[in-house]
Each structure stands twice: as structure tokens, then as C-alpha cells.
Design a protein around this ligand. Structure first.
Ligand code: ZN
Length: 288
């Protein structure tokens, strides 16, 4: 996509502090060694609830944890590398697009953008517990921040062929979709439906993920003038590469799927992109 340059007055961006690989620098807080090696977690979207659960449930061992530095220069953070710049551009556009959509819906007062924090420390604290660079991108509803380890993009490129910029933008837009689900109360509704119907927990989780994929597509669909040839295919390749069936190479039963199959993810992204209409996403994935 031909995104406009980021505008730091429209985004909240920073780093998690510290330096990658530099465990044991500052702090001294024991904050749990987290081993999340399973490829399944390299999907964007450690699910909000799972993130909290996973992280809280693994407070063992000793590590050094970083806390976020204060008063960072946002422009410098965004300009620190090409991936960061692209994510900042995307966040600016996502904020503009969704703010306009909330306004259209007469809900302008409910809109607020999410924070974006680049994972620069080996381990770092989040509103959802301890994060670590190996986790892949995720959204934490408790602090309303998206956490992105840009090295995931190299991983994504390997999984999705060349990847391309739209594959990466899809990741940011998907996490943003979880933020929209949070501020509209959709996540809350899904969570309460899950607690009332334990047998459908996993299915509801998949719907929430596909719904976020669809919302990612809506952002692109509402910015059709910025889409370049090949973007759609890049999005489709990325969606295919990170379906649960692709990630587990068919080794995991459908009970364990939490993000949807490759086909489901492609369909969800396509629906959003082609219609640019979030109501269609709601009707397709939230009607139970
Ligand atoms: Zn997700």
C-alpha cells in the first residue's frame, strides 16, 4: 500500500525499553522465563485472554524485565528501522480510518487509538503480564497496546513466500482489529458467551480471530486508492501461511485451532477488503 508518512500527533508509539538479547541489564525484577517456542504462537494474535493466561501461568525462573522508558522521541522510534516506519505509517492510517468510521456510526466519543510498542527488550512488562520477543505480535486489552517484535516480519516473509508490505500491514491491522473489538465491547461479549458455553469456547475464539481478520480487510477496503497491485495476493498469502492448519501442518486437531484455518482466514480478509464494510464482518462472524 502507498501509505502516507506517519504523523506522531495521531499515534501513541514507543518501545518496551532495554536492548534485545541483553538480558540482565537493568531492573532486577524476576519476571519469569517464558518459553514460547511452539510455532503456533507465531501467529499474530496471542489471543488476549490466552496472553494473560499464558504469561501469568508461567512465572517461573529468573529473568530481567524491562519497563517502558518515559518520554521517548516518537519520531525517532518510528524511524529506527524500515519495519517500524511502516508500522507507524499503518497506525496513523488505521487511526484515521477507524476514527472516521466511529464518527459515521455516531460513536465518535467511544473512539480512542491503541498504543504501539516495539519489543526491544528480551522480556518486558505489559498490562497482560510479561511479554517476550519470541511471542510474535499481540494486542493486550488491559493496556490497549499492540506489541510488535519486528523480527517477526522476517519470520512471516519466510512463511508467506516473499511476504511483501501488505503481509506486514495485515498483521498490524489484525491486532488493531482486536483493539476495535475491545473499545466496542465485542470482546467482552465474546468472552461472556465463552464463559456461558464452555463447549463453544474454541469456536468463539476462532470467530473472534476471523472477525479481526475481516476488520483488517475493512481498513484496506476503505483505503482502496492506496492499494497497489499485488497487495491483495500478499494478504492472501499471509492469511494462508498463518492459518492454524498451515502452522501445525495438519498435526493438530481442530479442537486446538484458535485462529481459523488458512481458508477461513483468507475468506475473512477477503470479505473485509472487498466490502470495506465492518457490518458485514459482524453479520458473518458474530452471529451465533
Ligand atoms: Zn488475533
Amino acid at each position: 500500500m502507498r501509505l502516507n508518512p506517519f504523523d506522531t500527533s495521531k499515534i501513541d508509539v514507543g518501545t518496551t525499553g532495554g536492548r534485545r538479547g541483553g538480558v540482565g541489564k537493568a531492573g532486577g525484577l524476576g519476571c519469569g522465563t517464558i518459553v514460547i517456542a511452539a510455532l503456533g504462537y507465531f501467529v499474530f494474535g496471542l489471543d488476549p485472554m490466552q496472553t494473560a493466561g499464558t504469561v501469568e501461568g508461567m512465572q517461573q525462573g529468573q529473568g530481567q524485565m524491562q519497563s517502558a522508558p518515559a518520554n521517548e522521541d516518537e519520531a525517532a522510534v518510528c524511524n529506527s528501522n524500515e519495519y517500524a516506519r511502516e508500522s507507524c505509517n499503518a497506525l496513523t492510517s488505521l487511526n484515521e480510518t477507524w476514527a472516521a468510521r466511529f464518527q459515521e456510526a455516531g460513536m465518535a466519543d467511544r473512539f480512542r487509538g491503541p498504543g504501539l510498542r516495539f519489543a526491544t527488550a528480551q522480556q518486558f512488562s505489559t498490562g497482560c503480564g510479561t511479554g517476550s520477543v519470541g511471542m510474535g505480535p499481540f494486542y493486550c486489552p488491559a493496556d490497549e497496546r499492540m506489541y510488535i517484535d519486528v523480527s517477526f516480519y522476517d519470520q512471516l516473509a519466510r512463511m508467506a513466500g516473499e511476504g511483501g508490505d501488505f503481509a506486514r500491514l495485515y498483521v498490524v491491522a489484525h491486532e488493531y482489529g482486536h483493539h476495535v473489538q475491545t473499545i466496542t465491547g465485542i470482546s467482552e461479549q465474546i468472552r461472556s458467551a465463552q464463559s456461558q458455553n464452555r463447549g463453544m469456547q474454541n469456536q468463539l475464539q476462532v470467530r473472534m480471530e476471523l472477525h479481526a481478520d475481516c476488520y483488517a480487510g475493512v481498513w484496506a477496503g476503505r483505503n482502496r486508492n492506496l492499494i497497489e497491485p499485488g497487495d491483495f495476493e500478499e494478504g492472501m498469502n499471509a492469511a494462508a501461511a498463518i492459518g492454524d492448519d498451515a502452522l501445525t501442518q495438519g498435526r493438530v486437531s481442530s479442537d486446538n485451532f484458535t485462529h481459523g484455518t488458512s481458508r477461513q482466514r483468507m475468506e475473512a480478509l477477503r470479505l473485509g477488503m472487498e466490502t470495506g464494510d465492518d457490518d458485514q464482518c459482524d453479520a458473518t462472524y458474530l452471529r451465533i
